[in-house]
Design a binder for this molecule. Structure first.
Ligand SMILES: NC(=O)c1ccc[n+]([C@@H]2O[C@H](COP(=O)([O-])OP(=O)(O)OC[C@H]3O[C@@H](n4cnc5c(N)ncnc54)[C@H](OP(=O)(O)O)[C@@H]3O)[C@@H](O)[C@H]2O)c1
Length: 315
């Protein structure tokens, strides 16, 4: 089969499109013929940090069709369409096939495309778990989403609206109309306006991207407000992990999210997609052989929504 394999000696981007052996599923695994795989910051960050998957193939968010099942599999059968985040079992999505434990996968309804399903796992679950689990989101709250234009942010805006909140989205001018179209009640263009200088206070703030310090985020919280650090600069994320609990003294809470793959959450997000309540925003599509280029584009940090690799060209 064809796959995109990491080889640090190879220019221009250490990702080589080549022939590799097709995987064979173990007893609890299914063999998935991948149709689409979306890229996440986790792919290029792991690569930069030298955390290389065993088979040297990145790609976590897969969508495809079950081609074979292991002897002990009970959930899926051959021909079913499935999707999921396979980062916890060694990645492997930038390929024509992958063998994965069936308990990491959820079903794709007939009305949903492989491309849409591939765009969901990591980004939408990060947004969901940041808002609901760490952020304890409640209808009627004022929510600020900093970094609203990317993979996680575009889901966060839609989910926060779904939960009945008043959403302020922070993004660059290129994404103002996009996030407004996703339901944001107020949009702040960070090149023109510094939300920190506003007198507005928020019940929940998601720090998905941007470079403000924790104390700045704390200053814009309402008295019992919650800040959730999702991403952005590495120092910002480390500070949130190390000092979040100290800064949470008093009524305001400063929390850090470590998103987890979860098939119940996947099914929940998929039910919202199926009902037309949320949708992934696809910025760019690349064929499998151009995965290196796609990774370079995403790693610049200004994608509008998701970047998808079309392993099989859909009709
Ligand atoms: N904690 C977790 O469990 C977890 C899980 C998944 C991802 N993450 C992290 O979450 C972050 C976002 O992931 P992603 O998939 O959404 O990345 P992405 O798709 O690359 O999104 C980047 C977005 O950030 C925006 N941005 C860049 N600089 C900004 C600034 N100064 N202020 C506001 N927005 C800014 C960009 O929009 P503009 O072009 O409009 O600037 C772009 O749309 C990454 O740091 C990732 O590592 C964390």
């Amino acid at each position: 089969m064809k796959a995109v394999v990491y080889d640090k000696s190879k220019s221009p981007n250490a990702l080589v499109y080549q022939e590799v052996e097709k995987p064979v599923p173990g007893d609890h695994e299914v063999l998935v013929k991948i149709h689409a795989v979306s890229i996440n910051a986790a792919d290029y960050r792991s690569m930069r940090m030298g955390i290389i998957p065993k088979r040297k193939i990145f790609g976590a968010d897969i969508a495809g069709r079950v081609e074979a099942v292991g002897a002990a599999c009970t959930t899926f059968t051959v021909g079913e369409d499935v999707f999921g985040d396979i980062s916890n079992c060694g990645f492997g999505g930038f390929a024509e096939y992958v063998a994965v434990p069936e308990n990491l996968l959820a079903s794709i309804p007939a009305s949903v495309s492989f491309e849409t399903a591939s765009a969901l796992p990591m980004a939408s679950l990060t947004a969901l778990q940041a808002l609901r689990n760490q952020g304890e989101i409640k209808a009627g709250q004022k929510v600020l989403i900093c970094g609203a234009g990317g993979g996680v942010g575009t889901f966060a805006v839609q989910l926060a609206k779904h939960f009945g909140t008043e959403v302020t989205a922070v993004c660059s001018p290129a994404n103002v109309e996009l996030v407004r179209s996703l339901g944001a009640d107020h949009v702040i263009d960070y090149t023109k306006e510094d939300f920190v200088k506003s007198s507005q206070r928020y019940d929940l703030v998601l720090g998905i991207n941007g470079s403000h310090s924790l104390s700045v985020y704390k200053s814009i919280l309402a008295p019992k407000g919650i800040f959730v650090a999702v991403g952005g600069g590495l120092s910002q994320v480390i500070n949130a992990m190390l000092f979040g609990s100290i800064l949470s003294m008093g009524g305001k809470k400063m929390r850090f999210l470590a998103a987890k793959a979860d098939t119940k959450d996947l099914a929940f997000v998929m039910s919202l997609v199926e009902a037309g309540k949320i949708k992934p925003i696809i910025d760019r599509r690349y064929p499998l052989e151009k995965t290196g280029e796609a990774m370079q584009y995403l790693s610049k940090g200004h994608a509008r929504g998701k970047v998808v690799i079309q392993v099989v060209q859909e009709e």
